[in-house]
Design a protein around this ligand. Structure first.
Ligand code: PLP
Length: 366
């Protein structure tokens, strides 16, 4: 019998349960009182760009000048500005799938064609040079690498990144767009940055305060890379929004005095990752890969499970919500039928309850 749950456990949020650092909140209030409430320049205020350059050097081994930094209203908009700057008629962008839900939309709205490249559980959902090479052509303007990855938790080692860089730089003219927004959430050693590996004229690193600093609502993202691209992306930003909120920029300037590894509370997240993986791998009939980074556990359902869940005429996520009272994103978000994404950055009792609800539904349909 199908039980219809009345209360809902939400394991679908795309952000960690981290509070905005107190010094960032205070800096925002101080900025308001001081009257920093006007347009702030389309590339971002200088103190913030200086702080970003410092953090990139310390955290990523990526040396950039503040003049090579763009600040915009969130990493998503930053990515859009960068891709718009790189866009040309007939151009395409290569990226791994399962993928962050925003990529296909951002790419399309920038006037480019998206080229998702399948990754597999057996490779821990990482891209490899051969698969990237097969997707590249003379019209490829960018390859997006997301490490650690949403939704799979894939994290690329330096050797693999070097091999990928060699392939892209020798076989194409594409720029590497390295989306490192989850880089603080690394559980098995640090997440290497492409900024420290790729030639400076071929890489743009994007990041932001949304995840590691628990500031998704402040809407501050940023990128650093070749000045010509950053300038062109700044021009896009200027026409879309003029600038990111001046108050948020002051808050982010203060937040970035803190190390993202500290604010992200990596030991707590490592425990949550271990817990989520233990429970996911005990589910009947699924494939779960241990996330090496990020805040998500992916769970691939079997064809039989997908078929049964869809047979009532609902989506997979809709049926899990209806039967189990557990809320997850639609699998279509990630371009992969039957891929569930569990956010483990939640209180432990919430994670336990959500995972046991999932287990109950999957037991019921097995
Ligand atoms: N890149 C990835 C991989 C993400 O998961 C997200 C948000 O979920 C973003 C970029 C966008 O971040 P922001 O909230 O700063 O726009």
């Amino acid at each position: 019998m199908i039980s219809t749950a009345t209360d809902v456990i939400n394991l679908g949020v795309g952000a960690p349960d981290i509070d905005t650092p107190a010094i960032a909140a205070q800096a925002a209030m101080d900025a308001i009182v001081a009257g920093h409430t006007k347009y702030a320049g389309s590339r971002g205020i200088l103190p913030l760009r200086e702080r970003i350059a410092e953090r990139f050097a310390v955290d990523k081994g990526f040396t950039v000048s503040p003049d090579d930094v763009l600040v915009s209203a969130g990493a998503k908009l930053t990515l859009f500005c960068i891709l718009s700057a790189l866009a040309e008629p007939g151009g395409n962008v290569v990226f791994a799938t399962p993928h962050y839900g925003g990529y296909p939309h951002i790419i399309r709205r920038a006037g480019l064609e998206g080229r998702p490249v399948q990754t597999f559980a057996a490779d821990q959902y990482t891209l490899n040079p051969a698969r990237i090479e097969a997707a590249l052509d003379k019209n490829t303007v960018a390859v997006i690498i997301n490490t650690p990855a949403n939704p799979t938790g894939a994290m690329y080692d330096a050797d693999l990144l070097q091999a990928i860089v060699d392939t892209i730089t020798t076989r194409s003219r594409a720029v590497i767009v390295s989306d490192e927004i989850y880089s603080a959430f690394a559980y098995d050693g640090d997440a290497p940055s492409l900024g420290a590996i790729a030639p400076p004229d071929r890489v743009i690193v994007t990041d932001g305060v949304s995840k590691a600093y628990g500031m998704s609502g402040w809407r501050i993202g940023y990128a650093a890379g070749p000045r010509s691209v950053i300038e062109a992306a700044g021009a896009v930003n200027s026409q879309l929004t003029n600038c990111a909120s001046s108050i948020s920029q002051h808050a982010a300037t203060a937040a970035l005095t803190l190390s993202p590894v500290d604010t992200a509370d990596v030991p707590r997240h490592r425990r949550l990752r271990d817990e989520a993986y233990a429970q996911a791998s005990a589910l009947p009939g699924v494939r779960a890969v241990r996330p090496r980074g990020g805040i998500y556990q992916s769970i691939q359902l079997s064809q039989a499970q997908i078929g049964t869940l869809r047979s009532a005429g609902f989506t997979v996520a809709g049926e899990l919500l209806r039967r189990g009272g557990v809320k997850l994103p639609q699998d279509s978000t990630f371009g992969t039928p039957g891929l569930l994404r569990v956010t483990f950055s939640v209180p432990i009792p919430t994670l336990h309850e959500g995972m046991s609800r999932l287990a109950r539904v999957l037991d019921e349909i097995s």
